[in-house]
Structure formats: structure tokens, C-alpha cells
Design a protein around this ligand. Structure first.
Ligand SMILES: Nc1ncnc2c1ncn2[C@@H]1O[C@H](COP(=O)(O)OP(=O)(O)OP(=O)(O)O)[C@@H](O)[C@H]1O
Length: 274
């Protein structure tokens, strides 16, 4: 595959809590890749390392070893101007639309920030096109984030991520803070944008149903290791790994015996020494 993003044997660790505490290894040899126009879903329980993978790709946490390649170029370890230049192609949408927007800036100013090089008039036109693309009214540009609902704010965050036509967007639990109906409209918008632009998504979620809806392929992470990767249908329908089967336990199935077998396999996997 001609990968847009390739992560190979990535290790990330953080200082332990307390004096002389050993470092905690949070990612233990993670490898994954994403093709142009593809969505890779990344699922796992809380604390498994999903967000840390996204942050490592964005250069927000130091990489202990391994490589991250984007568009054929090594990007782990990039800092300063070269990292900022990468922001053209690599954007992020965070979970919480209430804290990810500056409360004292109008939506128009927030969206225009990455467009300053275009000149004021072109930037204004581009802002109104962006608002249209995420189905918000043009007058939203003059308003402040507090005047919008969670779903509308997440649309603004999507518009901000799209401002300079990125090739990849890291979506970190982008709908977890939203109610179910709003989740669906935001997910539909992300799919529509992908169809129009061919952008790739690294889509982080703890929710298998959301990932099944969004992703072409899914990688399952457990305690900092990828335990299973496959098509979304395979991984969410017929998972091979007991940990993935356990994640599916939350979803009710008609076959009680199959459910019990999954639970037993999952419990014995969770009891194994790490
Ligand atoms: N900057 C940091 N310093 C120390 N430990 C950290 C740091 N960032 C993350 N961790 C730890 O790394 C582990 C993985 O965290 P991460 O946020 O990647 O998990 P996650 O799978 O995204 O979980 P969640 O779904 O709850 O966000 C956790 O134990 C977390 O406490």
C-alpha cells in the first residue's frame, strides 16, 4: 500500500509519578498505516494509548524510538518551523468542542487565523465557504462560540481543521461529548467531507459502533500494543482477538452461548500477565 501515514514500532514513555519512579511505557511497538482517502479507526479502552498515538503523530509527545512517516517523509522529531509547516497537511479535531475553541474570538476570526497569508478579503470569502461546507449559516462568522450548541461548535472545529485542505485529520473522540442524534450528523459531515476532498482520518474512539460506521479499517489497541488490525467488517463483526471480542461484549447479541464464550475468552485474556 502507498501509505500517507506510516507508524512503525513506535515506543512512547512518560516519567513515572514520584521521585525515582521508573518511566511508564505507554506505547510498546505500535505499527499502523493509513492510505490516502482512508479512515483508520483506532479503538481501545480508556488508558490504552489511543490519544498518545495521535499526539505522537502531531508531534505533541516525544517519541522514544520507532518512526513516523508522512507522505514518504520522516516527521518524528520535527520541531519549530518544519513542524509548523506540516500543519498544512496534518490537522486535528479534539473531543471537547467546549474547550477547543477560544471563547473570546468570533468564529470568523478563529477560522481566518490559518488563512492570514491570503489577504483579508480572500480570507473572508474562504471563511464563508468553510461555514457553508460544514452547513453553518454565513452570519456564524460574527458570533462567539458560546452562542452555539456542542454539535455546532464541533462543526466549527471541523471547518478550522479544513481551512487549509489537510491530507490527514486526527479525529480524537470527535463525537463522544455529543448526544446520539448530534453524533450522527457530525459523523455524516465527516464522511461527506472525505468523499468531496479525499482527506484521510485517524479516527480515535472507544465506541466500536461509531468506528464501524466511520472506518475502512480498524486497529485495536490494548495496553499500548496493537492486538488486531483488519477491515472494519472483520474486526467489528468477527474479531479474531479475545480482547476485541471483549470490547464487543457491550453490544448485546441474540446468541447467549456465543456471548458467554466471548466473555470467558476475554476474562482469561485480561488475567494473563502483561
Ligand atoms: N503527558 C503524560 N504524562 C504522563 N502520563 C501520560 C501522559 N499522557 C498520557 N499518559 C498516560 O498514558 C496512558 C495512555 O493515555 P491515553 O490518553 O493515550 O489513553 P487513551 O486510550 O486515549 O484513553 P482515553 O480514552 O481515556 O482518553 C494513560 O495511563 C495516561 O495516564
Amino acid at each position: 500500500m502507498n501509505a500517507l501515514l506510516a507508524v512503525e514500532d513506535l515506543h512512547v514513555s512518560f516519567p513515572g509519578k514520584g521521585w525515582r519512579a521508573p518511566r511508564t511505557e505507554v506505547l510498546r511497538g505500535v505499527s499502523l498505516d493509513i492510505a490516502p482517502g482512508e479512515t483508520l479507526g483506532l479503538v481501545g479502552e480508556s488508558g490504552s494509548g489511543k490519544t498518545t498515538i495521535g499526539r505522537a503523530v502531531l508531534g505533541l509527545v516525544p517519541v522514544a524510538s520507532g518512526t513516523i512517516t508522512f507522505g514518504g517523509r520522516r516527521i518524528d522529531g520535527l520541531t519549530g518551523r518544519r513542524r509548523r509547516e506540516l500543519a498544512r497537511d496534518l490537522q486535528v479535531i479534539f473531543q471537547d468542542p467546549y474547550t477547543s475553541l477560544n471563547p473570546s474570538r468570533t468564529i470568523g476570526d478563529t477560522l481566518a487565523e490559518p488563512l492570514l497569508g491570503l489577504g483579508a478579503r480572500n480570507a473572508r470569502e474562504r471563511v464563508s465557504r468553510l461555514l457553508d461546507r460544514v452547513h453553518l449559516p454565513a452570519d456564524a462568522a460574527r458570533r462567539l462560540p458560546r452562542e452555539f450548541s456542542g454539535g455546532q461548535r464541533q462543526r466549527v472545529a471541523i471547518a478550522r481543521a479544513l481551512a487549509i485542505d489537510p491530507k490527514l485529520i486526527v479525529c480524537d473522540e470527535p463525537v463522544s461529548a455529543l448526544d446520539l442524534t448530534t453524533q450522527r450528523t457530525v459523523l455524516d459531515l465527516l464522511l461527506e467531507i472525505q468523499q468531496q476532498s479525499g482527506v484521510s482520518y485517524l479516527f480515535v474512539s472507544h465506541d466500536l459502533a461509531v468506528v464501524r460506521f466511520m472506518a475502512h479499517r480498524v486497529a485495536v489497541i490494548h495496553r499500548g500494543e496493537i492486538v488486531e488490525t483488519g477491515s472494519a467488517a472483520e474486526v467489528t463483526g468477527e474479531p479474531r482477538h479475545p480482547y476485541t471480542r471483549g470490547l464487543l461484549l457491550a453490544a448485546p447479541v441474540a446468541d447467549v452461548a456465543a456471548q458467554r464464550a466471548r466473555r470467558e475468552a476475554f476474562e482469561s485474556y485480561m488475567k494473563r500477565p502483561s
